[in-house]
Design a protein around this ligand. Structure first.
Ligand SMILES: Nc1ncnc2c1ncn2[C@@H]1O[C@H](COP(=O)(O)OP(=O)(O)OP(=O)(O)O)[C@@H](O)[C@H]1O
Length: 330
């Protein structure tokens, strides 16, 4: 089997030793080419090349941003899903939301074992859905408004040499929240078959649950969403302090991370956990983020679910038919 290993050598939790071990272990099982990314965008080019030249497997070792690039590269490189290489993820970032949501072990050594075991035993890949925000695929979430503004502000600090920490995210979120125009909501959100929702301030669209992790704890905006189902939609129609305090409490309070958590709810919360399509139009330009990558200001965006888009090698499937969001064997 021909495979490509794509590594972001600058990802937060990777080391030279781990990269070497991973490459050696994989090379014992497959015909492997090893590529290190040189800059932003390179992982997408490499993955597209792997798909175009008929590789059967692309293994990515990096954070969610590099995984997003690799997925977009695979999808661009092979339009026909039968010709698409399988994906395997060995987490190398700080949160690794997509990998964890589809049942990849967050520990890179254990995740490597999952991939080697699947190769050695012939365990089939599982399928996973993707989301699309306009023409860009996403693996875990995309958003319009506050979260995109926070991503942009954090990226700016990172580019200036700051270390990205949870504390930095909190500072930027509070600052953007206080600076936002909380009296003039910008968005109209349209979900087919439902009356349009006017007066929304922000929109989060999820492909998997949880939406993200905080200090290792899952933050669940749409607990009914998984890589086997459609998109999760979460919008807020009020940024009033009482509403925000209540919703933040529902997102991070006791019991919020449990598998049976109800998720955020209330009059100002618009939520749907399984939709094929959602459109949002803004009355003035609004920031868009996709898997933590800021794409700039937009007049709005169209989000689509892409079922069974990827075959992911490594995660096991529970007897009940699904791990944490993983799809079915294929
Ligand atoms: N060699 C590189 N040099 C600069 N940027 C890169 C390189 N390789 C990948 N990138 C970009 O850097 C961003 C962050 O990388 P990645 O997600 O792999 O790691 P991370 O920052 O550790 O992840 P996380 O933010 O989840 O902790 C990605 O958006 C990716 O496109």
């Amino acid at each position: 089997m021909r495979a490509m290993l794509i590594v972001n050598p600058h990802a937060t939790s990777t080391t030279a030793r781990r990269r070497d071990l991973l490459a050696h272990a994989l090379a014992a099982e497959v015909d492997l080419s090893v590529e290190h990314t040189a800059d932003r965008g390179h992982a997408a080019e490499l993955a597209a090349k792997a798909a175009q030249t008929g590789a059967a497997l692309v293994v990515v070792h990096g954070g969610d941003g590099t995984v997003n690039e690799v997925v977009n590269g695979i999808m661009a490189g092979a339009a026909d899903d039968g010709a698409r290489p399988m994906l395997a993820v060995v987490p190398g970032g700080s949160t690794n939301v997509f990998a964890r949501a589809i049942g990849v072990d967050p520990d890179p050594t254990a995740a490597t074992e999952q991939v080697l075991d699947a190769l050695a035993t012939g365990r089939p890949p599982v399928t996973a859905s993707l989301g699309m925000a306009d023409d860009r695929y996403f693996t875990f979430n995309a958003g319009l408004g506050l979260d995109a503004e926070v991503v942009a502000a954090v990226e700016e600090d990172r580019a200036a040499g700051a270390t990205v920490t949870n504390a930095l995210h909190v500072r930027k979120t509070v600052r953007r929240f206080l600076a936002s125009d909380r009296r003039r909501p910008r968005l109209t959100v349209e979900i087919p078959g439902r009356p349009p929702v006017t007066g929304a301030h922000l929109l989060f669209v999820s492909n998997v649950d949880p939406w993200t992790y905080w200090e290792g704890r899952p933050i669940r905006t749409n607990p009914g969403t998984s890589a086997r189902r459609g998109l999760g939609v979460f919008a807020l129609r009020s940024l009033g302090v009482p509403t925000v305090v209540r919703v933040v409490g529902q997102l991070v309070g006791p019991g919020s991370g449990r598998p049976d958590a109800r998720g955020p709810h209330g009059r100002a919360v618009v939520r749907d956990d399984d939709v094929p399509l959602v459109r949002a139009v803004s009355d003035r330009p609004i920031g868009l983020q996709v898997d933590g990558d800021y794409l700039g200001l937009r007049p709005g965006a169209t989000f689509r679910g892409v079922p069974d888009a990827l075959r992911v090698l490594g995660p096991q499937i529970a007897a009940s038919g699904g791990g944490a969001g993983a799809g079915r064997p294929r």
